[in-house]
Design a binder for this molecule. Sequence first.
Ligand code: GDP
Ligand code: IMO
Ligand code: MG
Length: 429
Amino acid sequence: MAENTIIIGAYWGDEGKGKIVDLLAADADWVARFNGGDNAGHTIVAEGKKTILHILPSGAVQGKNVAIGPDVFVNPEALLKDLQSVKDYKGRIVVDERAHVIMPYHLTLDDGGKLGTTKRGIGPAAEDRASRTRDITFSDLISEKFKEKLHGVLKEKELMLRNTGLNSMADYENEIYRTSNEYASRVRQLTGNAGLELHNAIQRGEKVILEGAQGALLDIVHGTRPYVTSSNTTAGGAFANLGLNPRHFKVVGIAKAYPTRVGEGPFPTELKNELGRRIQEDGHEFGATTGRPRKAGMPDFVALRYSARINSFDEIAVTKLDVLAGKEFTAAVKYEKGGETTENFPFRLEGWQPVYGKTYYFESFTEAEAERMCKEGYTSLPEGMREYLEDVAAAIKTPISMVSLSPKREITVVKDALEETRKCLTWLM
Ligand code: GDP
Ligand code: IMO
Ligand code: MG
């Protein structure tokens, strides 16, 4: 059986999942998104071009077949826009018939609120899914009974919509019906059964990558509630939602060299100083979806350990190491509150303070030097960088298979990384 891979963000999103999925997509037949919606922004820099995809799996850039699973909230407009940004795309696209459609009223009702959402309608669409009567799936969108379904849903929502200042429900309904029909005619051919397609591909020995959106700490169940998104961002959720066998997949966590967070919510190692500002600037930490500045923090082994446990990471990729070059930094090894310490990420973070371990430093390097390190492999990385990487591996008892040194696809160290970081785990045991 071919080895399939699932890619999971290890912190609060924007870890560089798009870059790593695109890199791995070279040997894949299918790449599937399994959660979220166009709240995600995945950046791919390859062949001198930057592409930002919001809903279409990153494998589309390499022309792979792509699928969108049932736990994805799809705004058809965002999907069609993404399709335009990968011109000449010839692969197959399957959007699951169970996937939920983001409707115009979901956008109206998602004002960012106290959670600081991306305003892409994800929360309101997820509420409708939970209602089981007000949800609109792709299967509904392309059905002959769509008009009836839409009418029933809008009847149920009438009071709420009138509160947003809407006057004529009839005009509103007609307009939504017209645009939905337009979308339906364009997505009808794409609608199918994503889980079955992927299952069959795996049975045929084809290689599948599952691409997570957001990060483990934004998971609706395991994340820093209530400051989370509305879908499962963790590996178990992906298998449950696509109906795939976890034993067919290797789980790869994408651990940015330092965490970032957009929107509201606790962030124990947040840097509110000059170092944080330099990381934000050098890492271009501005949202790929909303353009909002991302808060940056010190590396957090407590959060990573939690993420590794709840996802069962087999390996991790550490990205954006270049951003930490030339900066002295440290990492949280445990948390402390009123004299009590823990190495386990608490559900309620209030009052817990990070306790930092040793200091790390390595010199800045040029792109040419990064290219040389990629050719020569892991052992050619600066000593201070390896010390940090090996401490990450040891802290979460997970080897590192990829080290990313630039946004560019090819500037990623793969050679010898797993072998070398496994060694330091062996002598830990
Ligand atoms: P995703 O949501 O996890 O796919 O990540 P985003 O694309 O939202 O944000 C990651 C940003 O970092 C993008 O601008 C990437 O081009 C960039 N990036 C990815 N890997 C690296 C890296 O190793 N170094 C640097 N400097 N940038 C990177
Ligand atoms: P990618 O896939 C970073 C955050 C929002 C907000 C919270 C809830 O690019 O890593 P939502 O719109 O989902 O209801 O907002 O989740 N959020 C993300 N932060 N990267 C993302 O996606 C995110 N998707 C949602 O900022 O705090
Ligand atoms: Mg992103």
